[in-house]
Design a binder for this molecule. Structure first.
Ligand SMILES: *Cc1c(COP(=O)(O)O)cnc(C)c1O
Length: 516
């Protein structure tokens, strides 16, 4: 049927009747939003990283009736500027060093806008041909940077926690010698499944065990060595013991870049243990995986190719806005064996070897995450990304050196990655022989916790913490695309100033040896 000829100005007339903003109004408002973003980044070093807010006051300021009539966008934008943005923790601030910096670079920010405008659903090749093709392209690029086979199955997912869950689901189906998809895991003859990971592993491994129904009791926390790396000998022992008791290993999860201290498990020896017992090795390299491209770390990081599956987190380390995580599986077809399920309404005529990404995870509707990765990787290039990661590594080295020169501070543990664990151990507490060892540790822990709270309340920087064998430590993680050494020098100065003030306050208490 030939297309009907449209009357003159047909598009314009129809647009008037439609419900959305006129695209010209969008452009006008868009300019305002872009100006706001520009101003935000031009003045970002003048705004606090975080301001402590009273939750009640914050909620009250935002409280509003459900609007019956539509409002003018200028008012909505003004409220956002005045009431929302100042109430945020500025994760994209160059002095944000808590958890892991997840920095959104500006090409990524722009890509999100275009992605939203196209609103493509990348569930099937047929519903998103170029988005699916682009996802394959960026997955190959990321695999190459991470040192994983480029022909592995892979997909972009929303976060490493879910990636770990999906990988472990595929591993479970592989570990069981019956059709678990059909039968489920109830009933007689189903072995108890065990997941092995180090005592430093991310909590998402345990959450996966909860979701899979294997249970927290069946997550075996293999002890780590003095540098917080999983002990392969103890892993081997644990698997042997379980096999002798009739339990069934589901998978081993090795971590590259642990959350507390940034340790990397020894992949080679762990892979040997896995091969010996024919156990799936999943490598959670959410944090550390992409640092392989940093020239200063070249040759010091093991390739994760030994893993049956791998997760790396571009949203964490590659300057891509949340969310964008890459999950890979070297065992081709394993993810699809677990997750492929095609109801009639999703059937398509396949042409060639096209990939339907809905086959690789439980998620059907999926956003077009590949575009922001494509824009960011192309804007900076592999070398540009590498030198940016290298800069963070260099700043962290500078900070560790500064800490080690200071008599009252210590880095109890070192990492290859730009994650610095700091502990304030002032001489007056260290050398006070009225304190027992236990008491000294308690007082020092409490002091460090107080310093962290005060530092974060100051707005100059934002840190998080961990409790490791040495006690409570502050974690200063460097990785925002805008962070330069001067920012960290300033933060380190401020941390020192606050630490001395908190110490003086503690000392002014008469019975400070008892208080904590
Ligand atoms: C950050 C991180 C996770 C969780 O990542 P999300 O994307 O926040 O779900 C899991 N494992 C490791 C090792 C991580 O560093």
């Amino acid at each position: 049927m030939p297309p009907t000829a449209a009357p003159e100005n047909w598009g314009e007339k129809m647009a008037e009747e439609a419900g959305d903003w006129d695209p010209a109004a969008f452009e006008e408002y868009g300019r305002e939003v872009i100006s706001l973003i520009r101003e935000h980044f031009e003045t970002i070093r003048d705004i606090p990283v975080a301001v402590p807010r009273d939750p009640r006051e914050l909620r009250t300021s935002l409280h509003a009736e459900l609007p019956e009539a539509g409002e003018d966008f200028s008012r909505i934008l003004a409220d956002t500027r005045e009431k929302v943005i100042p109430g945020l923790v500025q994760w994209n601030h160059p002095s944000f060093h808590g958890y892991f910096p997840t920095s959104a670079s500006l090409p990524g920010v722009l890509a999100e806008t275009l992605t939203a405008a196209l609103n493509v659903n990348s569930m099937l090749w047929q519903t998103s041909p170029a988005a699916s093709a682009l996802e394959e392209v960026v997955l190959r690029w990321i695999a190459r940077m991470a040192g994983y086979p480029e022909d592995a199955d892979g997909l972009l997912v929303s976060g490493a926690s879910l990636a770990n869950l999906y990988a472990l689901t595929a591993a479970r189906d592989h570990a069981l010698d019956f059709d678990v998809r059909e039968r489920g895991t109830a009933g007689p003859g189903v072995p108890t499944l065990r997941i092995y990971t180090s005592d430093q592993a991310h909590s998402s491994v345990e959450k996966a065990a909860i979701t899979l129904g294997t249970g927290l009791a069946n997550v075996v926390r293999v002890p780590s060595d003095e540098r917080y790396r999983m002990r392969p000998d103890l892993l081997d022992e644990a698997i042997r013991r379980d096999l002798a008791a009739g339990l069934r290993p589901l998978a081993v999860v090795a971590t590259v870049g642990t959350t507390s201290v940034g340790a990397a498990d020894p992949l080679g020896p762990i892979a040997e243990v896995c091969a010996r017992h024919d156990v799936w090795l999943h490598v959670d390299a959410a944090y550390g995986g992409l640092y392989r491209i940093a020239p200063s770390l070249a040759g010091t990081l093991e390739a994760p190719a030994v893993g049956d599956s791998l997760v790396v987190n571009p949203q964490k380390t590659l300057f891509v806005p949340l969310d964008a995580t890459a999950l890979y599986c070297r065992r081709r077809g394993a993810l699809a064996n677990t997750f492929r399920l095609v109801p009639e309404y999703l059937r398509t005529a396949h042409e060639g070897d096209t990939r339907d990404f809905m086959d690789l995870s439980p998620q059907l509707g999926r956003g077009f995450r590949a575009l922001k990765l494509w824009w960011v990787i192309r804007s900076f290039g592999r070398a540009g990304l590498a030198s940016r990661l290298d800069r963070s590594v260099g700043i962290a080295d500078w900070l560790r050196a500064s800490v080690s020169r200071h008599p009252d501070w210590r880095c109890p543990v070192s990492s290859s990655y730009p994650l610095v664990c700091l502990r304030y151990e002032p001489e007056v507490i260290r050398d006070d022989d009225r304190l027992s060892e236990v008491r000294r540790r308690e007082v020092t822990d409490a002091l460090n916790a107080r310093i962290l709270r005060a530092v974060n309340a100051s707005g100059t920087t934002f840190l998080s913490h961990a409790v490791i064998r040495d006690g409570y430590v502050m974690r200063l993680s460097i990785g925002n695309i805008r962070t330069v050494r001067g920012d960290v020098e300033r933060a380190w100065g401020e941390i020192n100033r606050i630490a001395e003030k908190e110490l003086a306050e503690l000392m002014s208490l008469e019975a400070w040896t008892e208080s904590a």
